[in-house]
Design a protein around this ligand. Structure first.
Ligand code: ZN
Length: 253
């Protein structure tokens, strides 16, 4: 296990086995923004614009990618997933799919779950932002169904990485949120209710036929690991934002 200060990207072991894809989730370390923002990748949290640009350059650079030419979501906690072939910001969606090489898909997170999907048989990827609202609306199922309909992906071929997110250890929710989930992804401790976002999304993938051995879940909880992660729940609106990124690599280059 590397020292916490050495970790600049949380990577997927399973997806790292494929040369055709590169992916990773950023942490709060290694950036140039003033503390506590550090490696903040969002322009919308009061950070200095040039610092965010430099941070993005560093994070994408660590993945071997350029920070220009990325496809971003303008997230709204929906269950909408869009298929894209060009860089840019895509309105009113929380997931992106592409079969275009060298087009990174990026989603912004600070406690919500980043889900990165790859189908090595059909050479197509997806990046999904799954907070409690998106999870309750089954956004990950929408993404898989779109992969099946538009790219003829077989569920059994899909490889999934569920990145760092608010963990069941810390992610307290109210009764009205809990009511939207099955009991097996909820825990009650001392009269408080906690939601397991990762388990919920893994189960949605299993329900659609994704193989358990192809689902990798990061054990990191963003809320109780302040040395590594930004957390909206812990630090509020001004907390920095991280990114989950996935990109198909043109192996010819
Ligand atoms: Zn925790």
């Amino acid at each position: 296990m590397p020292d916490a200060t050495d970790i600049q990207v949380v990577r997927s072991e399973k997806l790292s086995a494929f040369r055709a894809v590169v992916c990773g989730c950023s942490v709060r370390l290694g950036g140039v923004s003033r503390p506590p923002l550090g490696m903040n990748l969002s322009f919308n949290v009061g950070d200095v614009r040039d610092n965010v640009i430099e941070n993005r350059k560093r994070f994408f650079g660590t993945l071997g990618l350029k920070s220009a030419g990325v496809a971003f979501t303008r997230q709204c906690h929906s269950a909408t997933v869009k298929t894209v072939v060009l860089p840019g910001e895509y309105d009113a969606c929380d997931g992106l799919i592409t079969s275009t090489s060298n087009l990174p898909l990026a989603i912004s997170v600070a406690d919500c779950l980043p889900v990165l999907l790859f189908d090595p048989d059909r050479h197509v990827i997806a990046a999904v932002h799954a907070g409690w609202r998106g999870s309750a609306s089954h956004i990950i199922k929408q993404a898989v169904k779109k992969l099946q309909a538009e790219f003829h992906s077989a569920s059994a071929s899909l490889i999934a990485f569920l990145g760092p997110a608010a963990g069941a250890c810390c992610y307290e929710v109210g009764q009205e949120v809990a009511d939207r989930f099955d009991a097996d992804v909820l825990a009650i401790r001392f009269g408080r209710i906690f939601l397991d976002l990762k388990k919920e999304n893994a189960r949605q993938l299993l329900d659609l036929g994704v193989d358990e051995k192809n689902i990798e879940t990061s054990q990191f909880c963003t809320i109780c690991t302040p040395s590594l992660f930004h957390s909206y729940r812990r630090d509020g609106k001004q907390s920095g934002r991280m990114m989950g990124v996935i990109c198909l690599i043109d192996e010819e280059n």
